[in-house]
Write a protein that binds this ligand. Sequence first.
Ligand SMILES: [Zn+2]
Ligand SMILES: [Zn+2]
Length: 501
Amino acid sequence: MRRPVFALTVAAAWLTACSSAPTTRELAQDAAAAMGGLEALQAVETLTMSGGTGTRTRLGQTVHVGDEENTAELTDVVEIVDLAGGRASMHYMIDNAGFMQDRHEILTTRGGSPVGIEIIPPRPTIATSPSGLFSWGTQNHPEFLLRRNVVSIVLETAQSGSEGPAEEREMVGRMYQYGTTQTSWGEEIELYFDPETQLLAAYGALDTESMLGDQEALYMLSDYRAAGDVMLPHAVTITKGGRPYSSVEFASIAVNDPAAQAEFEIPETVSAQADEAIAAGEYSPITLIDVAPGVYFAQAYSHNSLVVEFPTFLAVVEAAYTEAQSTTLGRVLGERFPDKPIRYAAVTHHHYDHSGGVRGMAALGADILVADGHAPEMQMVLDAPHTNPPDSLARARTAGADVGSIETYAGMHVISEGDQRLELHAVSGSPHVDPVVLAYVPGPGVLFQSDLFFPGTGGGGPAAEHLLQSVRDLGLNVRTNVGGHGDVAPFAELEKAAAGD
Ligand SMILES: [Zn+2]
Ligand SMILES: [Zn+2]
């Protein structure tokens, strides 16, 4: 019944443009018509995309810096976008070469303020500031789903897009009608319209990734099918910086499903934490626990750090997970040690979940201590421009603040002042990552490492055996194990685990 009307609308658009090329706005109006019309698109408040399967790469999990990245499998992908409320969530299973995780990252709001909720069993559910969300889904952060969805982009361009003429442009061996537009939220978007279907086939934009920084991103849309009153692409393939990033095909999309609202309710268990996150501005849960005189365990909810106190400064081992975690650790340490700046932040290895706070630490003025085997990756992370939007390091640089820079070392690096001493040992041959840095405080005999052994859990394995052998080879007199994951436990636990007891 409605098809002839669409055809007339399309014809009218071409006629008003006369013999000249259509404008980008007109092409978007045609695309909107092909998707069910402007009114139907304007009525879209929430999208619930379900049953997604596909791939994700660029996770930052290689054994050696420079190794080719594994392509991880995504299954059970559910993405919910609340366009009207500015909320978005991603829930998926990721399998990266046998490492499996059920991840659920939610950007929601309370009283108009954005809040992040992260649910990754068996970790405790947490509330953070939005910058505390970490994602390995189709995107680096659920917020991307709001700015990078076909409904918003087509509507925006159809209503206020560029009046400049479109041109013919080739993409992946096909010709498209191509134009650019400036969105009301201040981004330049490139649009590729399919000349046969009038549908939006692809769009390009500048995405700022937490680790990779500014990336020219291309979103290829296919498998347009009916979802309620509108036609929507059920498959989205994303490249960033010209390299594969993610590709997912959804089984179905529900428009304005009332069940979508429940997704954004803040769980009661983290309600107070959500208030804390909003009040703090930047927040991720951290508790400082005394391990030995001048040695502290910064316990986060999954990726922990070690803090070593020197007479006039502090050193942090592991700038983990996210910018919000670094900012929170900086605030917690500033309250406890008001006269001691964080002079150093040491990296145990280049994996993004264990180095996601490196830029945040540099923004606080800490120099980043990096074993030379990790240096190319960490230098890239620190140097990458972040403009859309700028992160804390980019903002600090613009403000002319005294930010930290990379200091590399080979083999071993020692920080000492007064009676305090922190040794960083880069050891090779670990099956988890090569090299890997072991941090050692000789006085109390405290060892900190990440991903090799989770203190307090008792579990062993090849990485734990290699850790124990490395400690013996280095002649370290370790009494206490502190984990990048896990807890604080006597060293004897590792000896038992490695022996297979
Ligand atoms: Zn790792
Ligand atoms: Zn880890």
